[in-house]
Ligand binder design. Sequence first.
Ligand code: NAD
Length: 372
Amino acid sequence: MTDVRPTLDGSDVLHTLFRSDQGGHEQVVLCQDRESGLKAVIALHSTALGPALGGTRFYPYASEDDAVQDALNLSRGMSYKNALAGLDHGGGKAVIIGDPAPVAEGGAKSEQLLLAYGRFVASLGGRYVTACDVGTYVQDMDVVARANRWTTGRSPENGGAGDSSVLTAFGVFQGMRASAQAAWGEPTLRGRTVGIAGVGKVGHHLVRHLVEDGASVVVTDVRPESVERVLADHREGVRAVADTDALIRTNLDVYAPCALGGALNEETVPVLTAKIVCGAANNQLAHPGVEKDLADRSILYAPDYVVNAGGVIQVADELHGFDFDRAKAKATRIYDTTLAIFDRAKSEGIPPAEAADRLAEQRIAEARAAAL
Ligand SMILES: NC(=O)c1ccc[n+]([C@@H]2O[C@H](COP(=O)([O-])OP(=O)(O)OC[C@H]3O[C@@H](n4cnc5c(N)ncnc54)[C@H](O)[C@@H]3O)[C@@H](O)[C@H]2O)c1
């Protein structure tokens, strides 16, 4: 008898896909184009609320199995994020396996490869809408968009909205105002000290909102030029410290992780001085359980995927002909959503991260029920 084991070296992946409570994905597409060297995975977690929306990550995964697993995890996260952003979109994500540098610099990215990828997005007929993510940029989306109608994150010259960090920072600021309301009874950061780790694209816009609101801001970044740019833009109200460790030990009211994931872990949570954590970085909780450690220390955590949804709100708007004011109005609602999450957390005696998940699951379940 022939061996019928899956050819993917990934029984774990198949388990996640078909059996695990964490999975339940609707569709996973493995894409290959031999001419350009494209190997990609497009994962659609849910289309209950509408076409699955999520970016394209271009990353040199250690194995194909890792790439599939990442696409599964990231697409599931997008279902939750889109649901709480109030978008009529389900969750999807694509990963392209390879070094995202251009071929000319020894990487895997070429126009031919991006077009081949765009044709796979086209083959889904609108069930999946793509955008930028780690390793892909506005100019890449301009190329991908030549092969289909379902690519966002394009440049303004090509009908897109361009850099999403402006609305992401605005949304984080709304989440922070809601956190201040919940913690101190006033939706303002006036007179508070806010520490920002990472003043890149999002972080530096966030500094501006906070200074305008009357907060004192303390910043840090591994790139000295990023810090210098912020200090040059703001002569008053902003100072810098050497690194993130020094930042979290500074006397802060709010800590805003705006660099990489995993900022909240067993080393950082015990030494945090801030009463609120609210920032743009994805996956701030290093692992499950950290949300409880924060709650035990009475630190109010504004769930990352809720407050950093301004960017996805922006790209979703592109599908209708981008209108900045309309997208900004939608991002303003992050204030109400964050407050609703804190209310639910309080009434159910659970951490806000869990309350956010429950609210998202509720919206998706209601859409599924309505479709029956
Ligand atoms: N750009 C968006 O629209 C958007 C949307 C949602 C979520 N996010 C998330 O927000 C975060 C920031 O995004 P961005 O677009 O501003 O990225 P960015 O790369 O422009 O900025 C990140 C900054 O963090 C700095 N940094 C890296 N490691 C650091 C460390 N250990 N300590 C201090 N600083 C460090 C980098 O030097 C850089 O200046 C990321 O986690 C991203 O996934 C961004």
